[in-house]
Design a protein around this ligand. Structure first.
Ligand SMILES: [Zn+2]
Length: 268
């Protein structure tokens, strides 16, 4: 019996070691990581260096203590922050009820469907055009609201021309176009050159938009380097109204709507 005096001591050491190991290997409250942070890290390497778009370890977008709250994607069609993409479609036949004709120049004269936007977006667009003009930049509308019926005709034509796989990289399946929300519009310079074409990138107008659109509540919806997340090639001309607050948040944090809502990255 006298020889076993060390048994309780050994037990104590084992318990202490177990506690220490547990302490250093158990997940800390923050190690679960929010999906947003993980996505930011994943995309950090490919993000392009647009002004203000640097990806930083931003505080939780929700601002909740602990920061691990997962934001629900806004799929309410009438919401200014709605997400519409390859994954999230609009209910069949959705049409916004407050479409108006913004008082800005377009590259065509007719008062037709694609000249319209939702009221709030239209007012912001007018402000943005005025702001651009002050900087000597003359913008024009190319295509705003688009009904599901129009998108169907367009998409079918693209499929006939390029095949469905290719068409899907630049055109939305009906019900999945942001233009149907009345919150998105394609823009060009006043001369209409490179309207909704890749050569618009790098123009004075595109540069101005990249830098200033968020001040008016618009974002470049399909940025360069985020193709695998948005599911679309870079479109310097396609701006989406999300309101000033959300536009600022997205710009400051270098996030697409998909990343902001922790929505599953959309692949082609
Ligand atoms: Zn567009």
């Amino acid at each position: 019996m006298r020889g076993k005096w060390w048994v309780p001591l050994l037990l104590l050491v084992v318990i202490a070691a177990g506690w220490a190991i547990g302490r250093y290997t158990a997940p800390s409250p923050s190690a679960g990581g929010s999906a947003a942070t993980e996505q930011q890290e994943l995309n950090g390497g490919t993000s392009t260096a647009a002004p203000g778009s640097e990806v930083s370890p931003a505080p939780s977008p929700s601002g909740a203590p602990g920061g691990n709250e997962v934001r629900q994607a806004d799929t309410e069609p009438d919401s200014i922050g709605v997400i519409v993409n390859k994954q999230y479609g609009l209910e069949e036949g959705y049409k916004p009820e407050d479409l108006v004709y913004p008082n800005v120049p377009f590259i065509f004269k007719e008062k037709i469907e694609k000249r319209m936007l939702r009221k709030e977006a239209a007012a912001a667009l007018e402000e943005m055009f005025a702001g651009a003009e002050k900087d000597g930049v003359y913008l024009a509308g190319v295509s705003g609201y688009r009904s599901e019926a129009t998108q169907t005709v367009l998409f079918d034509n693209y499929v006939k021309r390029d095949g469905e796989e290719k068409a899907r990289t630049y055109s939305a399946v009906p019900g999945h176009s942001e233009h149907q929300t009345g919150l998105a519009i394609d823009l060009s310079g006043r001369d209409g050159k490179c309207a909704a074409e890749s050569c618009f990138a790098g123009t004075k107008e595109a540069d101005w938009l990249a830098q200033h659109a968020p001040e008016y509540g618009f974002i470049i919806r399909y940025p360069e380097g985020k193709e695998a997340i948005t599911g679309y090639m870079y479109e310097a001309w396609h701006v989406r109204y999300v309101g000033k607050e959300l536009a600022r948040t997205l710009t400051e944090q270098g996030l697409t709507l998909e990343e902001y809502y922790n929505a599953v990255p959309v692949s082609k």
